[in-house]
Design a protein around this ligand. Structure first.
Ligand SMILES: Cc1ncc(COP(=O)(O)O)c(C=O)c1O
Length: 386
């Protein structure tokens, strides 16, 4: 009998198991909400990115009826016959919302980051990327074949030094999350814009977790920090606060035209169903018309951060609805997560490789739909797990 060429997987899985790093899937029943049923059990959940509570709202029966005769599948990539009028309408609304000339929809935020990075940087170029950028940015950097310079998290002196040392490249691109997805802290966008302008680099920011949550109009941290006009490449996703699915790039018409030519994750992937575009349009309208959702979320998040810090938890540098409890070791992190589960409270434990070794954390994700009572229950349950 020839040996099984996939047998090595069992050994590798066992290694992960022994290190406390093996991941397992669950099944949710019903819509996303703070009270969910997971693997047959009820939980109070702090484990979704549905920050404005729109996931269960944006695709009601009225929206489905309003879609008319578009069917479900789009049947082709956007450049062939896959782009329908709902896709085009959502792109127009996204550009209006972002106050940019144009916007382009991708199947996911992941695809938007990978496709945009590869379209803008190549083998003769240099990319400067924050050490804690999301995996989709990391993968885009790698795939682009550019020389990648990783600067220490939020360290502008380090970035300036790397930029100065890399003077001989054809093009330079600085890329960062605006709101970091695991630590809930924010990039210094004004300083990044200064450095980009000074060094002639392109600046790309990923507002995945900030869209809908920050800024007077909900456009994100670039709006909140007053630097939108200095950020020419803005990435967003409909999959988090906008309660849906699909990534987008907002910027100049020239940028979008280039992405249509060269962003392979856009060109070589089937356009998502048009129904998703209808949901996106609804979500943008709610973000515009109901600013109290994001304001209430911010207020509650600030209070929760204070309470947790007061109780002795290390919430890092979070200044947002994403609140980490930094524990350190994966085993202790997963034990706490498990103890909370036993009490019916779901707070995901985050381990390497999602976070660096030694920085495992419990990731509390607060949403507009969490009530004061739910937050009290979380704080009390955490107190009981110490
Ligand atoms: C910062 C950041 N960018 C991009 C993405 C990918 O977005 P999507 O889930 O829409 O693919 C994520 C998802 O977690 C993210 O955290």
């Amino acid at each position: 009998m020839p040996s099984d060429p996939l047998a090595w997987i069992d050994e590798e899985l066992q290694v992960l198991q022994d290190q406390g790093l093996r991941r397992r899937l669950s099944v949710r029943e019903g819509a996303q909400s703070p009270l969910i049923r997971l693997d047959g059990r009820e939980f109070l959940s702090f484990g979704s990115n549905d920050y404005l509570g729109l996931a269960a709202e944006v695709m009601g029966p009225d929206s489905l009826r309003g879609l008319g005769d578009v069917g479900w599948g789009s049947g082709a990539s956007p450049l062939v016959t896959g782009r329908g009028r709902w896709h085009a309408a959502l792109e127009t609304r996204l550009a209006e919302f972002e106050a940019t000339e144009a916007a382009l929809l991708f199947p996911s935020g992941y695809a938007a980051n990978v496709g945009t990075l590869c379209a803008l940087a190549g083998a003769r170029d240099a990319v400067f990327s924050d050490a804690k950028n999301h995996a989709s940015i990391v993968d885009g950097c790698r795939l682009s074949r550019a020389q990648v310079h990783i600067y220490r998290h939020l360290d502008m002196d380090h970035l300036a030094q790397l930029l100065a040392e890399a003077a001989s490249f054809r093009r330079k691109l600085i890329v960062t999350d605006s709101l970091f997805s695991m630590d809930g802290d924010c990039a210094p966008l004004a300083e990044l814009a200064d450095l980009a302008e000074h060094s002639g680099a392109m600046l790309m920011i990923d507002e995945a977790h900030a869209t809908g949550v920050f800024g007077e109009n909900g456009r994100g941290l670039a709006e909140q920090m007053g630097v939108e006009h200095r950020v020419p490449i803005r990435i967003g996703t409909l999959s988090k606060a906008l309660g849906s699915i699909g990534g987008f790039v907002a910027g100049s018409r020239r940028l979008v035209d280039w992405l249509i030519q060269r962003a392979r994750s856009y060109v070589y992937s089937t356009a998502p169903p048009e129904a998703f575009a209808s949901a996106g349009i609804n979500a943008l309208q709610i973000v515009r018309q109901e600013p109290w959702r994001r304001r209430q979320l911010q207020t509650r998040a600030a209070l929760l951060r204070q309470r947790l810090a007061h109780d002795g938890w290390n919430v890092g540098a979070s200044s947002s609805q994403i609140i980490p409890l930094i524990i350190g070791e994966p085993e202790r992190t997963m034990l706490l997560s498990h103890q909370l589960r036993e009490r019916g409270v779901l707070v995901p434990g985050i381990r390497p490789p999602t976070v660096p070794v030694g920085e495992s954390l419990l990731r509390i994700s607060l949403t507009y739909r969490h009530t004061d009572e739910m937050v009290d229950r979380l704080v009390e349950s955490l107190g009981n797990c110490r």
